[in-house]
Design a protein around this ligand. Sequence first.
Ligand SMILES: Nc1ncnc2c1ncn2[C@@H]1O[C@H](COP(=O)(O)OP(=O)(O)OP(=O)(O)O)[C@@H](O)[C@H]1O
Ligand SMILES: [Mg+2]
Length: 432
Amino acid sequence: MTEQKAQQIAARTGIDLEHGAYAAGPAGARRLPPFDVLAVARTEAVIARLRSTQKHPACSRMSWRYQRGGLGQASLHYLETHAPDILLVEVEEDPDRVLAQLAELSQVLEARTRVILINAEAPPDQRLLRDVFKLGVSEFLFPPFAETEVVHALGAVAADIGEVRQGRLTAFLGVRGGVGSSTVAQTVAVAISMFSEAEVILADLDQQTGTVALNFDAVDARTLTDVLRRRSPIDDVLMERLFVPVNERLKLLLVEPSFENAPHLAAPALNAIISLADRRGRQLLFDMPSVWDSRTRKTLAQADHVVITAEPTLGCLLTAQKALESLRGVRGASRDVTLVLNKYRSQRGNAVPDRAFTEMLGLGADQVVRVPADAALFSHAQYSGKSAVQFKEGAAASQALIALAARVNGGLAYGSALPLGQRLAAKLRQWW
Ligand SMILES: Nc1ncnc2c1ncn2[C@@H]1O[C@H](COP(=O)(O)OP(=O)(O)OP(=O)(O)O)[C@@H](O)[C@H]1O
Ligand SMILES: [Mg+2]
């Protein structure tokens, strides 16, 4: 890699490959994104070289899988179901065979998978080099085939993908305390994990009055608060160890609430949590304290989507107006903002008509979700240690929160989005 290319990568990603991955780039010290890498190599020497690359600090967030052998039918079949973010392939000597292998690969690979070819023994001829790049190969590694070359190639792919965050971060907070923001965040997290393939992480950022541990019946689980108290260094490997699984796809990151704690998490801890959204397909949900100060605004600026909860009262309308003003100050006129009108009463009417909310707050109709007041549903669900969606999926409040979950997740495999057969199966499951 030329110095110029390394500088371009550093400018676009903050990853300074020339001076070691921990050197502070323009965006501060950063490691390569948490790619899922699959290496298919014919020789033990290449596997050994890649295994030592894996130990490079820049690669510490990646997960690596290895397959010994060429791109035979078995590995092609495996690729079809276990597509990695990056596929490293040791190719054969014969250029025609390489091109034939690439043609086979293109039949099974997902578009998002980037391919890096390796010939550790000899440089490829110019024609082959031109042809493989035309076919969409990202990099071709040849002698000298050293760890740093592989790290450079991975850095180039990261720069090419451009966007380092691959998952999504959604922040939930109330215009003021007690409006039901945590209930909304927790129910949405469960709904996404139930009705999509996404990996969901629900992080409790409310160090003083957080309710995630309590509501998921996990008060004895390990928390971030323990780690912060011990002043242990925080990185994302540690974060992943703190996850408390709820089901196959939903994991919690908990705090131990106490008024002794500061209202906000310290910046390094917060940044480590935010970087959890780096992994593709992850939905990171923040259950935030309903405090609107400069630290809150900084966190909101980093979210892909902000869900603000209010009750349909005059007091909430006025605070919501201030909250949205403050939000627009940091996020501009982004439409990735949703207002939840919680504890909504359609029968006896609300203190403030909801048109007042949309008009005064300058929101589109699609940006407002109404969740009916249903004290019985939420309190019974809470006592049974379930979320409202699991307790009574058909209730109007559950349905509203499932609709919000679809908005947050960019769609759910639910209701009319499901093929008829699956819809019937879901209905039958409800009855039995
Ligand atoms: N739609 C609803 N109908 C009836 N009760 C609800 C509804 N949504 C939430 N609640 C109840 O409101 C109470 C407060 O909810 P929650 O703790 O989620 O609020 P919060 O905004 O997160 O508060 P805090 O400021 O303490 O973080 C809970 O008892 C919850 O069960
Ligand atoms: Mg709360």
